[in-house]
Design a protein around this ligand. Structure first.
Ligand SMILES: C[S@@+](CC[C@H](N)C(=O)[O-])C[C@H]1O[C@@H](n2cnc3c(N)ncnc32)[C@H](O)[C@@H]1O
Length: 222
């Protein structure tokens, strides 16, 4: 959602079957909360298809990539690497430093007394699955904890992105959507891109609460 820098989310590790829903939701959360691109491990093709489908219907821009070289992606990333981990520094204490490092600092945060904005840099936000290698902790410019309590990659990512963008991502516009949800106190109204009603009181026509179409995702509750 930024002109001069790219915010990329890397899902590190994926266990087919067991992690399908979580990996899909990492992608949906990255898209909805302002990242430009998500990278999934190449064994997460089902999740990639689901997130691409949501982007086709609800808009973008947002890119989904499948890669098998996660270690190399992190090692060679030319920009700032944030690794989300319960062991990291408290997000509320480092968010300003992260914004400054990638050139997202608002007036008064950056540049000390001059208030000058810092140079835009790309940002890689890494979330793990089962286990991540120690090398990731060492390569990361920031190891960041969203609380130092164990929870989930989806929750950690959501809070981190919202802190990074200071809430601005909530107001973003979506390009090339073929449908849009009309926010309302009660009801589920979805209209076509041109504003024509699709299904008043319905669910957008795909039968699912999150737009991922019933049956798209294997159920990995365990
Ligand atoms: C099931 S957890 C694995 C827990 C792992 N032992 C760790 O280092 O956080 C999966 C992922 O959720 C994210 N996560 C869990 N708790 C977090 C927290 N408190 N702050 C930030 N990220 C968290 C991390 O990216 C982690 O790799």
């Amino acid at each position: 959602m930024n002109d001069a820098r790219e915010v990329v989310v890397l899902r590190y590790g994926h266990r087919p079957g067991r992690d399908d829903r979580m990996t899909t939701h990492v992608g949906l959360t990255a898209r909805a909360l302002g990242a430009d691109r998500v990278i999934f491990p190449d064994n997460a093709g089902q999740s990639a298809e689901t997130v691409r489908g949501v982007t086709d219907r609800f808009g973008g821009p947002f890119a989904v990539e499948l890669r098998d070289d996660q270690k190399a992606i992190v090692r060679n990333f030319e920009g700032i690497v944030v690794h989300l981990t319960m062991y990291g520094e408290r997000v509320q204490e480092v968010e300003e430093a992260v914004r400054e490092a990638v050139g997202l600092a608002t007036d008064g945060e950056a540049g000390g007394a001059t208030g000058a904005a810092s140079t835009p840099r790309d940002l890689l936000v890494v979330v793990g699955g089962e286990k991540v290698p120690w090398a990731l902790y060492e390569r990361a410019d920031f190891n960041v904890g969203v609380t130092n309590q164990p929870h989930s990659e989806v929750a950690g990512l959501a809070v981190f992105l919202d802190r990074l963008f200071e809430g601005a991502e909530l107001d973003r516009e979506w390009a090339d959507a073929d449908r849009r949800v009309v926010p309302e106190a009660t009801g589920k109204t979805v209209v076509d891109a041109d504003g024509d009603p699709r299904e008043k009181g319905g669910d957008g026509g795909d039968g699912s609460e999150d737009g991922t179409a019933a049956g798209d995702e294997p159920d990995d509750r365990d």
